[in-house]
Design a protein around this ligand. Structure first.
Ligand code: PA5
Length: 438
């Protein structure tokens, strides 16, 4: 299996000589403190050795629950917000057929999401659809007190109980929450749901390889052992060396930090496959919540090319020069399509007839890279072999590890999110929740 690789070649012209290499000493120090669990936020480092340390009996239980759900449900609803749904959604959307919902063979339930916002039409529509299909759900909240998923779960629980009766509804609910505290833990214990713990030492945005991510991914019919194997592979590389020549996560962390110091305030994650759009959403949460604090941190943004070359492409090429790109390039597609030759050539496309779509897409990627570098946008490139569970597992762990190193290079605690409370306090006061004055 091939290790993903990162190149900073197209960013070097924008950086002072040695500006990446000079971070090497700090990277060694930060890698050591991650291993010894001595750095800032050290009570949230359970994710570091999670891939290698995951228990086989936990995997077996997840697979059992997943096959039970596959048998009883056409639709599986993941109720959660932020780190409680973005990881599973990233993997499921990357690896599942985009037209899966039209597939009537019923190989695996269609995974849909709720409680990741408070949109009334969306949730009403979901409940209407669920009138017509058998379904099950996972309610996921580490704290067990988050408002958005709690609202959605209240609606869905009532719907399920009306549809199947209270006793049978219980069998269709899986709760993933804290070991001992929170309203969801209490409810789950009382109702006797099949339940999983989110480990105390793993925060939401680092939880994709716990049951938070693994259970929905398994229900979607994907290979969670393959995903973990990819993550284990990257864990070994990250643990073995902090040298930027040997550890792609260290190189990525150093390059993006050097670019930040050179005045690049925005990092745009670029992909050329629509199936990676949610990987970018997961990545934005991971980096945004980990780094954006104490008035510091790169602003993480994302685009999906070539679609967004017809929208954001203009700004990236020509707007304020405060950004750089990290391009994810996938070398091989899982399916092939050849552009047909047409005698009349009325659309003028015969010059590319006989080429695979991927050949055109990769030229679009190269052309864009050249144009953006010419337009003074540094570009980091991240290459993965293909989209499968192993490579997704590598990518997830790579980004997690690089994020932790990046936070330490920046001098912040990458494992807390104090800023998230501000809107909640205002909202609770406006809603008249007890203990929150106006
Ligand atoms: O990364 C985080 O900790 C957050 O984004 C959480 O995942 C998010 O706020 C949801 O929290 P909870 O799982 O407690 O409902």
């Amino acid at each position: 299996m091939k290790t993903l690789s990162i190149s900073i070649e197209h960013a070097m012209d924008f950086l002072g000589k040695g500006s990446v290499e000079q971070l090497q000493g700090d990277l060694v120090k930060h890698q050591q403190s991650l291993a010894a669990k001595t750095g800032r936020g050290n009570s949230f480092l359970g994710w570091v050795d999670l891939p290698s340390g995951i228990r086989q009996d936990l995997i077996a239980r997840i697979l059992e629950d997943a096959s039970r759900m596959k048998e009883m449900a056409r639709i599986f609803v993941v109720v959660g917000i932020g780190g409680s749904y973005l990881g599973s959604r990233a993997v499921i959307e990357a690896l599942t057929d985009p037209f899966h919902s039209l597939d009537t063979s019923g190989k695996a339930p269609l995974v849909v999401y709720a409680g990741h916002h408070i949109g009334e039409d969306y949730h009403a529509s979901l409940l209407s659809i669920l009138d017509h299909y058998d379904y099950g759900l996972a309610v996921i909240s580490k704290s067990g007190t988050t408002t958005e998923p709690a609202i959605a779960f209240r609606l869905l629980k009532e719907h399920l109980e009306r549809k199947y009766g209270r006793e049978n509804a219980r069998k269709r609910i899986i709760a993933i929450t804290d070991r001992k505290k929170g309203a969801l833990k209490k409810l789950s214990d009382e109702e006797g749901y099949s339940a999983y713990e989110v480990p105390d030492d793993i925060g939401g945005r680092y939880s994709v390889l716990t049951p938070v991510g693994l259970l929905p991914i398994a229900v979607a019919g994907l290979d969670i052992r393959g995903l973990l194997a990819g993550a284990q592979h990257m864990e070994r590389i990250a643990a073995a060396s902090a040298r930027i020549e040997e550890n792609p996560a260290a190189l990525y962390a150093a390059a993006r930090h050097a670019l930040y110091r050179h005045g690049k305030a925005i990092e745009i994650l670029v992909s050329y496959l629509p199936s990676l759009a949610y990987l970018a959403e997961w990545w934005k949460q991971l980096y945004g919540e980990s780094e954006g604090k104490e008035h510091r941190g790169l602003f993480p943004a994302s685009v999906n090319f070539t679609s967004d070359l017809h929208s954001m492409g203009q700004y990236i090429q020509d707007g304020v020069r405060h950004l750089f790109e990290t391009m994810i390039l996938v070398k091989q597609t899982n399916r092939q399509l050849t552009i047909p030759r047409i005698e009349a050539d009325l659309d003028g496309l015969n010059y590319i007839a006989g080429k695979k779509l991927e050949e055109v897409n990769s030229k679009a990627a190269l052309g864009t890279l050249m144009a953006h570098v010419e337009g003074q946008v540094p570009v980091l490139t991240l290459e993965v072999e293909r989209l499968d569970e192993f490579n997704l597992g590598q990518l997830l762990y790579f980004f997690e590890y690089a994020c932790a190193l990046s936070g330490y290079l920046l001098g912040v605690n990458p494992f807390d999110q104090p800023g998230v409370e501000a809107y909640k306090n205002k909202m609770f006061a406006l809603l008249g929740k007890e203990g929150y004055g106006h």
